[in-house]
Design a protein around this ligand. Structure first.
Ligand code: ZN
Ligand code: ZN
Length: 858
């Protein structure tokens, strides 16, 4: 083969050196005319004639050593510039001399590809003119130009490239004969099924030497080149398509006088005998990593975006001698490989399936979007398995990992909520198709009652996420944030998206990338696997620079990060936390029926997402449900082993306040007396969103503890309750009461809710009032007999000097300074006798624990 390559280096005018002709400016009159024509054409097309000369000057030389048909090895480099793997094509090529190629085959190609081949000087002005007048500078490639394109592997569809190609074509024609050019062409041309040249195509499709092809078969081969994928004879559609095209070609051959009517008819009717598809030379299975697979796909897509056809892009990557500089970090990839190749993470414990468990992971540098490592399946990669980490075919439901992306992030950034906003985790009915159904439900079907956004995200309460989506956001706003984070679900404007159940799923690469804004000061950066691609001459073919989108304010990203840190210390993600003191933030995700387990999280260095599940949906069982967390933990621990500990940087514009977690307002003295323990904590806010008012949810009331109501609460002390059974206690009083008794019975904090009924036991008229209460209560809880019985009121005032406190708190009107002063006095008093009731409240707590256990059992 190599001796064949060298023969093309000898032109018909051997004295002339091919390499020099580009810069020869001893232009013949003829060439002058051509250039003038080109210049005029482009002037007409709106281009300055000077540009043409500039293009010609920068055209690279087509030196003799480039007139070779060998493919060039391409190389992939890691982020340190070290070579990872050479990419070598497996070209199926058999060289053949022109004398062994049937006349019919040559004529068929000439007829359909370049009918004036023997007349034009390398470019065909008539075709160029018609291409230009029909609106584009593309098209109109002569056989000579196609040879140049194949040898130089410059496939860009730019005007500059086209002009350079014309220029080189003119020179090639002066140094090679038409037959030499045709011979080159017929040995280069791509004919689908990895066939390069007519000989390999003849063997692949008809299992015969090219010299034995019939006229009908020649026309078939000539037809493939225009669109090899469309006319591939080894696909069902392709075989039909190529037959039609064969007849067109035979028609042109007849029209041009290459064949007679008889030959035409005979060839058209000839029954084609194709070779056995299974005997074709198969592509060599490449043993490259999941990462390199993804890089190749990315480079391929970007080349196609630049105008290359799929075949040209493939050829460029595997035979074009290009250099691909990737973002791969070998140290990080190795850490990941170690875990994914360790069978202990993937033992088969699921009794419901015979399938092996699968997993995938992606690690990205959030500051520039560089994908540092990825792994696409459990265990060793053999052959070409599905890349579960980054393949666009992978669409898994994201589960609760979506909540920060479509609920909490957007709502905080829009100033609709803060981390301290209190939402009632109580039954809601948000299923538009069934307003009687409690939907959404928390994972364990329990309701925790009043909770902050922070706590709800930490514990991944679906009810709260659903309520924020429903009451504070609009789908348009939420989905716009998601889109800016790289996931476009603009047409999925329904609640289940908020809960991580979009119709169209995502892959780990998308999920990790969507968390980049949280890890990168609010800025999204498109993930990339390579930074640049150089062609074989060292010119930049593709360049991939970070592309940023502002998604969140820096303060929002910082607050979300702070909440997601809680997830890993006290929330659902503790199993993913690695030791060593590196700050970590993250979120778990579980999908319907336990089909998928996710963990996505980040440190000040890297953002990473892990998925665990089965290729065909299978419920993950308890013995394996912590594995997504575990894989994340162990890979990230290795990755951060030698990295200096650094903190997430607090941006300007963060305000910290001491708040009450039951009201979201500034903490009052009462908040510290919540029977569950103090509800005071320090919370961070985007400046301007911090609360200004003091907690009015915590109230102190006088109760009679002689007995309890149906929810286990004491009653409000009535006029007649003996002092020995009454005491003052701190409760919460929902600003929006839960009116449905069944719903109220379902919330976990019901015993802490301020009672609304007066003690019936010590009431003289108890039997009468009890009945009344039962009926009155339907209206709500605000106005039982309090205002309607002046006697009570007066009595309390006499009985208790601090009754103003009692009343004001109870009716939520403690806004005036005077009242607040009274509050403080009163608080001091009540703190002293707080012990009186502590035993009682402990009982309550133990009752709550029982309830918790009950819930767990459910
Ligand atoms: Zn409070
Ligand atoms: Zn009583």
């Amino acid at each position: 083969m190599s001796s064949k390559n060298t023969k093309y280096r000898k032109g018909k005018n051997q004295k002339k050196k091919v390499g020099k002709f580009v810069f020869r400016f001893s232009l013949s009159v003829f060439r002058m005319i051509i250039i003038i024509c080109l210049t005029i054409s482009f002037a007409l097309a709106g281009l300055a004639g000077g540009a043409v000369f500039a293009y010609i000057k920068t055209a690279e030389k087509l030196t003799p050593d480039k007139l070779t048909l060998e493919g060039f090895t391409s190389y992939v480099y890691d982020c340190n510039g070290e070579m990872v793997i050479p990419l070598q094509g497996s070209k199926n090529r058999d060289m053949v001399d022109l004398k062994d190629i049937p006349e019919n085959l040559k004529n068929a190609f000439i007829a359909i590809e370049d009918r004036r081949f023997y007349e034009h000087p390398g470019i065909d002005l008539r075709r160029i003119a018609s291409a230009i007048t029909s609106g584009g500078a593309h098209g109109g490639s002569t056989i000579t130009q196609q040879v140049i394109k194949n040898i130089t592997r410059r496939y860009e569809r730019s005007v500059e490239r086209k002009v350079q190609e014309w220029w080189i074509a003119l020179h090639l024609e002066r140094n090679l004969s038409k037959d030499q050019i045709l011979e080159l062409y017929l040995n280069i041309v791509f004919l689908a099924q990895n066939c390069y040249g007519v000989q390999s195509a003849a063997k692949t499709y008809f299992d015969k030497d090219v010299s034995e092809l019939t006229l009908a078969e020649c026309a078939i081969l000539a037809g493939i080149t225009q669109n090899p994928a469309y006319y591939d004879p080894f696909t069902t559609n392709g075989r039909e398509n190529i037959k039609k095209r064969q007849e067109v070609i035979l028609g042109v051959m007849k029209e041009l006088g290459y064949i007679t009517e008889e030959e035409y008819q005979q060839a058209k009717n000839e029954k084609l005998q194709y070779a056995d598809y299974n005997r074709r030379s198969a592509d060599v299975v490449t043993n490259q990593s999941y990462f390199v697979d993804q890089v190749v796909i990315d480079v391929m897509n970007d080349l196609m975006d630049a105008g290359y056809t799929r075949d040209e892009a493939y050829d460029t990557i595997y035979n074009g001698g290009i250099k691909i500089y990737t973002t791969l970090d070998p140290k990080i990839q190795q850490a990941m490989d170690e875990v994914f190749l360790n069978e202990e993470y993937f033992t088969k414990v699921n009794t419901k399936t015979s399938m092996p468990p699968q997993a995938a992971m992606v690690i990205i540098d959030p500051t520039n979007g560089h994908v540092k490592a990825l792994y696409g399946g459990a265990g060793e990669k053999i052959g070409s398995p599905l890349n579960r980490a980054s393949s666009s075919q992978v669409k898994r439901q994201p589960g609760s990992t979506f909540k920060p992306l479509v609920v909490y992030g957007p709502a905080i950034n829009e100033r609709k909520i803060t981390a301290a906003t209190v939402i009632d985790d109580a039954p809601v009915y948000l299923n538009p198709n069934n307003r009687n159904e409690r939907y959404p439900r928390n994972y364990d079907w329990s309701y925790s009652g009043l909770t902050t956004a922070r706590y709800a995200l930490t514990k991944s309460f679906n009810v709260v996420a659903g309520r924020i989506w429903d009451e504070y956001l609009t789908p348009d706003i939420a989905l716009d944030y998601l889109k800016k984070s790289g996931i476009d679900r603009a047409d999925e404007r329904y609640l289940s998206v908020a809960l991580g159940g979009p119709r169209e799923g995502i892959n780990p690469l998308q999920l990790a990338a969507a968390y980049i804004p949280f890890a990168n000061k609010g800025l999204y950066c498109k993930p990339i696997t390579y930074t640049k691609v150089l062609d074989m001459n060292g010119n930049v073919l593709l360049e991939n620079k970070p592309q940023y989108t502002i998604v969140y304010d820096e303060a929002t990203a910082y607050i979300i990060t702070d909440i997601l840190k809680d997830v890993m210390t006290s929330g659902t993600g503790t199993g993913a936390r690695f030791s060593g003191g590196m700050p970590q933030a993250g979120k778990t995700g579980t999908t319907s029926n336990n089909y998928d387990k996710w963990f996505v999280g980040y440190t000040p260095y890297y953002v990473a997402a892990t998925w665990y599940g089965y290729d065909q949906n299978t419920s993950i069982q308890s013995a394996e449900q912590g594995r997504a967390n575990l894989i994340w933990r162990d890979v990230m621990a290795k990755v951060h082993e030698d990295l200096e500990i650094k903190q997430f940087e607090e941006p300007p514009g963060i305000v910290k306040k001491t708040i009450c977690t039951k009201s979201g307002k500034l903490a009052s003295e009462l908040c510290s007396q919540d029977p569950r323990g103090s509800t005071i904590r320090t919370e961070m806010f985007i400046a301007g969103t911090e609360p200004k008012d003091e907690c009015d949810t915590h109230v102190k009331v006088k109760v009679c503890e002689a007995h309890t109501d149906e929810y286990g609460r004491p009653y409000l002390a009535s006029l007649y309750c003996p002092p020995s059974s009454t005491s003052e206690k701190v409760f919460v009083k929902r600003r929006v009461p839960i009116t449905n008794p069944n719903d109220f019975a379902a919330v976990g904090d019901k015993i802490y809710e301020c009672p609304t009924e007066y003690c019936p036991e010590h009431d003289l008229y108890a039997p009468y009032n009890r009945n009344n209460f039962q009926y009155d209560d339907e209206d709500g809880n605000e106005n039982n007999n309090w205002d309607s019985n002046e006697g009570y009121y007066e009595y309390l005032e006499q009985e208790d000097r601090n009754s103003s406190y009692f009343r004001d708190n109870y009716s939520n009107t403690n806004n005036s300074k005077d009242n607040n002063r009274d509050d403080r006095n009163n608080r001091d008093n009540t703190r002293d006798d707080g012990n009186n009731s502590s035993g009682h409240m402990d009982n309550r707590n133990s009752g709550r624990d029982d309830e918790k256990k009950d819930r767990k059992r459910r």
